[in-house]
Design a protein around this ligand. Structure first.
Ligand code: SF4
Length: 466
């Protein structure tokens, strides 16, 4: 890169260059995260489960639970919105291991089945439901099975497919879809300057050597628009003097690029995944309706002398089974949990689908692309919901330590209010790309407001009514 250009690069662009130049310390940091992750996943399995006298600061199992579900996951989600997918590209242990494995693996071509666009939704849905069946947030063996299993799968995929690539992350990681949605809200991204790229060919003819970039998550660099797929690893910063870490409006990717990028699986993940399955997973253990339904079902089974569903002999890797903790699921419990989560997804997802379809229709003749575009306006409120649901675990662990949490409801409702406003702002921007009529846009906003209230009702039930 020429000196003149270097001097004119903004602080952000130079930060991107700095990340590119410091791949060694980043690699060391990645190994540190891998070691920490391995300790937190493996060691608690070897220890006895904590009793009632255990504390966060004196019991490794509780500490690991707090770190994973109380800090790590909620703040990884938050980091997606603030910084894009820096977590994926710089810190994620699974991504690092998968890429290292693929360096020494068989380097096969990516099979057709793996490119199916429904994987992000299916992987998220299956992991979330299965996590509830085995009480992922409570027990180390379940963590070992789900997180450890995912890591083993990431390494196995790396060993077979791609060369120094993150094929697992791009196609099969259970949270790839969620991260991809949240990263669209980030004010940071690697911007590609098409003119500079074209000009770089002329420079090339004059002897400038262009060093090829290994983009591990397989982003086509020249055509990259937005940050949904970019892992922000910084390796392409300054490439052909055309790619720079840049600031942008937090609405840009959703409003400006959303229609071209819209696809049904993203909408399914937002409506039926984040606003459906995830809400069901957070709800069932707090819901009095769940208990009432379960009691009714159990009564019916007993009346009809069908006793096997009340049996509690399922293994721990199928249904929660910790007799010493008095925490054992029957087949009925398992079936009720899965049904409750799926029913919640169906009710919330379909209600939101209908309301946003109403908004899309209000803006003009029915077009499915417009509907999918509008659905993306719900990303802030959907992401905020998952953050709040996960942080409920954080708060219950802190509550058990008798810490004062009087501030929590204010923070929670403020975050939700902010996310609602953000979603409404996005919806207003999106509606402006589909209609110039203020009346149509205003009417569409009524449908969108109703959809936001539907999402809010889930958190009102969980944090207020129940
Ligand atoms: S486009 Fe690829 S190489 Fe460039 S920062 Fe993103 S992940 Fe890294």
């Amino acid at each position: 890169m020429s000196r003149i250009n270097l001097a004119h690069r903004s602080l952000l662009a130079r930060t991107g260059d700095w990340i590119r130049r410091h791949d060694r310390p980043i690699r060391r940091l990645q190994w540190l995260v891998i070691v920490l992750y391995a300790v937190l996943v493996i060691v608690p399995v070897l220890l006895p489960l904590p009793d009632d006298t255990a504390h966060l600061w004196s019991n490794l199992t509780l500490a690991a639970q707090f770190v994973f579900w109380g800090i790590w996951w909620p703040f990884v989600l938050l980091s997606m919105v603030l910084l894009g997918r820096v977590w994926c590209g710089v810190l994620c242990p699974e991504g690092t291991l998968s890429e290292i494995a693929s360096k020494y693996g068989r380097g096969r071509a990516i099979p057709h089945w793996m490119r199916w666009r429904g994987w992000p939704f299916m992987a998220f849905a299956l992991t979330t439901v299965y996590g509830q069946m085995v009480s992922l947030y409570q027990y180390p063996k379940a963590v070992m099975l789900v997180l450890g299993g995912s890591t083993v799968a990431a390494i196995a995929v790396g060993l077979v497919y791609g060369r120094e690539k993150r094929v697992w992350c791009k196609y099969l990681c259970p949270v790839n879809g969620v991260f991809s949605l949240l990263a669209r809200l980030s004010p940071l991204h690697y911007r590609v300057n098409e003119d500079a790229w074209r000009a770089s060919y002329t420079h090339g003819e004059h002897g400038h050597r262009v060093i090829p970039v290994n983009c591990a998550p397989l982003v086509p660099l020249r055509g990259m628009q937005g940050g949904a797929d970019c892992h922000m690893c910084g390796r392409c910063s300054g490439h052909r003097e055309a790619i720079t870490l840049s600031a942008r409006s937090a609405s840009d990717e959703v409003v400006r690029l959303g229609e071209a990028k819209a696809n049904p699986w993203d909408s399914a993940l937002i409506l039926y995944g984040l606003c459906g399955i995830a809400i069901g997973a957070f709800h069932w253990s707090a819901s009095p309706w769940f208990i009432a339904l379960k009691q009714t079902a159990a009564g019916w089974l007993i009346d009809h002398n069908i006793m096997w569903p009340l049996d509690t002999q399922a293994p721990w890797f199928l249904l929660t089974h910790y007799a010493a903790q008095n925490d054992v699921f029957s087949w009925l419990d398992g079936a009720m949990i899965v049904s409750y989560i799926l029913a919640t997804a169906l009710v919330y997802g379909t209600a939101l689908w209908l309301l946003l379809a109403g908004a899309a229709r209000t803006l003009g003749r029915w077009r499915i692309a417009r509907f999918h575009h509008l659905v993306q306006a719900l990303i802030p409120v959907a992401g905020c919901g998952v953050f709040l649901g996960l942080s409920a675990t954080t708060l219950s662990l802190l509550r058990a330590e008798h810490l004062w949490l009087g501030w929590a409801p204010y923070v929670r409702w403020s975050m939700l209010a902010g996310a609602n406003l953000w979603s409404a702002w996005l919806a207003w921007g999106i509606s402006g790309r589909h209609s110039v009529s203020a009346v149509r846009r205003g009417s569409a906003m009524l449908w969108v407001t109703a959809a936001l209230l539907v999402v809010d009702s889930a958190w009102w039930l969980m944090f207020y009514l129940w």
